[in-house]
Design a protein around this ligand. Sequence first.
Ligand SMILES: [Zn+2]
Length: 210
Amino acid sequence: MKYNPVLYIAAVLFALAVSGCSVSNNPQHREIKLLQKGKLTDDTSFVYHLPYGENSNHLVVQGYFSMYTHKHRAALDFKMKKGTKIFAARDGIVLRLKEDGDKGGADAKFRPYGNYVVIQHADSARTGYWHLQYNGVLVNVGDTVKQGQVIGLSGKTGYTYFPHLHFIVWKTDGNGKWTQIGTRFQTNKGIRYLRPLRFYRNSLPTKQIH
Ligand SMILES: [Zn+2]
């Protein structure tokens, strides 16, 4: 085929436009990318426990700002069977919960049925655990929970395509504005910002309180 400069330039511009579209305009997206690659080394942020049992290994199906439903969310989806024990990722106090949802599926109309627990931490950050099974919350509002304590059972309630745990951490600026943040986790391979489509094993002891 004959080289056509006009077509060539058009193709390059098209490729740039397409790749530009796939980059989230949320500035946190770039920051989390750098943290995942270990390029931001001045990191003193809290190290969370993986929210599942000792020696359990789970796949991150959606990571921070992944495509699909996390496009604008700094959240993690861990694939896990219904009824898997969920453990507190950090010490805190149970702020709110829901466990009467008994439906779930691949449609936004199921969103109100999602069961969850939200835990408040000492530095004002909050952690949320979503899609828990019906009656699957094993703590009460106001309870003090310890890192590595059982707090619930995973499920498939709310807006979800398959059984998994949607895990999310928020921080506040103190003026009522909340932001979802990426956090570090202790894994069996060291401290990591988790990436999608990888398995992460929890090597820390968990307490079978319930
Ligand atoms: Zn999710």
